[in-house]
Design a protein around this ligand. Structure first.
Ligand SMILES: Cc1ncc(COP(=O)(O)O)c(C=O)c1O
Length: 373
């Protein structure tokens, strides 16, 4: 059994994909070729947003808008510590300060009451200027954007949706990519929509921001490729990766439906999974359960591996306790929910091609002992 089965998917798209790749080999526009623009149009259409700007990774998709806003030293950017490190890393790269806000115990997404408390603390301390919020749509579940937007308006903050895991998700049928001022997704191979290398995209309805992001993505150039108008990056997506994404996008909705079915089947037997509120559609990137304690998790990991069932811990270390972020001065106990999730969570196999009998096998392996969750 695989944690993520990309081979079955590849068999489905292999022929049309080879055709697309051969076309690229013929035309030779490996960088910013026609496939990149075709993809951007289709992505924007899919999300219902004005601009989709492809780029080299989900990390750069977060970094580029922050650069466009001029976020830097002295600025506070609020996010959660229970996410992949890239979310906080981009803040630190720019010399700004990540301010961590704990998550809800049920959804693992940013707690909006605590967000407002942290913003007020920063204002009272007077050392940093609050500038932006990066809510993370963890495991594919969108964060509470109605509340987040209200808070952002009240304190005049920008919102950048970390949609690395949630492309395809929605709230009340409004698609991920349309929340906040801008959204950033990742096309890392393991993501619901992934390419065969690194890739990402930025989504926004803001014309000016879109222009700035496009320029930053190509070394800060606008008209003349050899005359940079600002500091930028080499942040482009390759044509071949765009071709992979175009083929995968054509079966994406069907695969999302299949992921929904796997998720529903797991939930028939497990009541300790991430809570998905009504009207929130997760992209079902990962299926995770919380096991109450570290020793219970160790026990489950052992039983899964005895049965040759792969599992992964997302995330074993909350960012505020990582060595790289020690300089921020956080200690154990500062963000208790994130810390306890890190101690007791586990992700089980999740992909569109996971069969019901495989899910049953996983459930049996987990539930052999009769203790309460
Ligand atoms: C929540 C989150 N943010 C950002 C990223 C960064 O994306 P990438 O790996 O494409 O740079 C990831 C990727 O794993 C992620 O899961």
């Amino acid at each position: 059994m695989e944690f993520l089965d990309l081979k079955t998917q590849q068999k489905r798209i292999r022929k049309p994909l080879e055709k697309r790749i051969n076309k690229i080999l013929d035309h030779g526009a490996y960088i910013m070729g026609p496939e990149v623009f075709e993809l951007e149009e289709k992505l924007a259409d899919y999300c219902g947003v004005k601009h989709a700007i492809s780029c080299s990774s989900g990390t750069d998709a977060l970094l580029i808008p922050l650069m466009a806003w001029g976020i830097g030293p002295g600025d506070a950017v609020f996010t959660t510590p229970f996410t992949y490190v890239a979310t906080a890393e981009v803040i630190s790269i720019l010399g700004a300060t990540p301010v961590f806000v704990d998550v809800y115990e049920s959804t693992y997404n940013i707690d909006c009451d605590k967000l407002e408390i942290e913003i007020n603390k920063v204002i009272e301390e007077g050392k940093l200027t609050p500038k932006a919020i990066i809510p993370v749509d963890l495991f594919g579940l969108p964060a509470r954007y109605r509340l987040i937007d209200k808070i952002a308006k009240k304190y005049n903050l920008k919102v950048i949706e970390d949609a690395a895991q949630s492309f395809g998700g929605s709230i009340r049928k409004k698609k991920v990519g349309t929340f906040g001022d801008v959204a950033a997704t990742s096309f890392y191979p393991a993501k619901p929509l992934g390419c065969y290398g690194d890739g990402g995209a930025i989504f926004t309805n803001d014309d000016n921001l879109a222009e700035e992001c496009k320029a930053i993505r190509i070394h800060g150039t606008r008209k003349d490729k050899y005359n940079s108008e600002m500091i930028g990056l080499n942040g482009r997506l390759d044509s071949i990766q765009a071709a992979v994404l175009l083929e995968k996008l054509s079966i994406f909705d069907e695969e999302l439906e299949m992921r929904n079915e796997v998720n529903a089947h797991y939930r028939k037997y497990l009541n300790n999974a991430q809570h998905h509120p009504n009207a929130y559609q997760s992209a079902q990137a990962l299926f995770s359960i919380v096991l109450g304690s570290n020793s219970k998790r160790n026990d489950v990991v052992e039983r899964l591996s005895k049965n040759k069932i792969p599992s992964v811990i997302y995330y074993k270390f909350p960012i505020h306790l990582m060595e790289a972020f020690k300089y921020l001065g956080y200690s154990t106990g500062d963000l208790p929910i994130s810390e306890s999730l890190s101690d007791s969570i586990i992700s089980l196999p999740m992909h569109p091609y996971l069969k019901k009998r495989e899910v049953n096998f996983i459930i049996n392996a987990i539930q052999k002992k009769s203790w309460k969750w």
